[in-house]
Design a protein around this ligand. Structure first.
Ligand SMILES: Nc1ncnc2c1ncn2[C@@H]1O[C@H](COP(=O)(O)OP(=O)(O)OP(=O)(O)O)[C@@H](O)[C@H]1O
Ligand SMILES: [Mg+2]
Length: 272
């Protein structure tokens, strides 16, 4: 029987006693977290609890107030700017606002990191763009401009751009927010393909319960200025912690037909 052993090379991100916030005010403190190669980890929690702030810290955009963040084996904030840029090329980021340039076509947007950061010949760049657009289901959209795309298509284009340099880890902030359930499910499927086919590790901020259930290998819930719960979605849903339960119940209540599940389990857990 093969015994699975985890080595330090499998840990792509480590946060040790990290505080993040603005000026001197911590939004989250004492965050201890490890992300392992090949998993999809969802970051959950109410609006304003600090998910995007945490994501900015782990993607090198905002130094933590305290603690230690190691990305791909390197202490990101101890690196000089050039070394950090080189490190961050091995990652991809799809922001909460999709941040595509409206005046560039989809193929220009998706190819931007290749043109800025590599000296690959133009035919190779075009082929790489073609493959990534096909992977996210946007073949034929090469020459379109972002304002002419639907919200879901723009999210897909942002994902294609985040993945264009074949990153080891992709960070997405609310990829399915505001999308209808069918479009959101399609995006979830694409994220799972990135993990299953390309072996990409993915960290996703999301509020969507259907997505959380479909894509999470593990979930981390923030609240009250810290990590409130961490584990499989089944673990979190079975939690008797009221705030954790309320999160799942509140989100479930937004989707007809699912609210009863949460209420029944909460009732069951409280009366068991
Ligand atoms: N640039 C900033 N300066 C000061 N405070 C900020 C700044 N950006 C965000 N905040 C505050 O930090 C807190 C956390 O914000 P953050 O954007 O991380 O929340 P979030 O969990 O991503 O919320 P949402 O689910 O609504 O996107 C909020 O109270 C917010 O008002
Ligand atoms: Mg946010």
């Amino acid at each position: 029987m093969k015994v699975e052993t985890r080595t330090s090379a499998d840990v792509l991100l480590t946060c040790r006693d990290v505080s993040v916030g603005y000026e001197d005010k911590a939004i989250l403190s004492g965050v201890d977290l490890e992300i392992v190669r090949g998993e999809i980890v969802t970051l959950l929690g109410g609006s304003g609890c600090g998910k995007s702030t945490m994501l900015r810290a782990i993607t090198g955009l905002q130094a933590p107030l305290a603690g230690h963040i190691e990305l791909l084996g390197q202490d990101m904030y101890a690196l000089d700017n050039e070394a950090r840029r080189v490190l961050l090329r091995r990652t991809g980021m799809a922001f909460q606002q999709d941040a595509l340039f409206g005046s560039l076509t989809i193929q220009e947007n998706v190819g931007l990191p290749l043109r800025e950061l590599t000296k690959l010949p133009e035919p190779v760049i075009r082929e790489m763009i073609r493959i990534k657009l096909a992977l996210v289901g946007l073949s034929g959209f090469e020459k379109r401009y972002p304002p002419t795309l639907s919200g879901g298509q723009r999210k897909r284009a942002a994902l294609a751009r985040a993945s264009i340099l074949d990153p080891e880890i992709i960070f997405c902030d609310e990829p399915s927010a505001g999308l209808d359930p069918i479009v959101a499910a399609g995006l979830d499927e694409t994220l799972c393909q990135f993990r299953d086919v390309l072996g990409v590790t993915i960290v996703v901020v999301t509020h969507e319960l259907d997505s959380i259930r479909t894509i999470s290998d593990r979930a981390v819930m923030f609240g009250g200025g810290k990590i409130m719960a961490m584990g499989s979605v089944a673990d979190l849903e079975a939690s008797t912690d009221e705030a954790v339960y309320n999160f799942f119940h509140r989100v479930a209540a937004e989707r007809p037909g699912r609210a009863g599940d949460g209420v029944d389990r909460l009732h069951h857990a409280r009366t068991a």
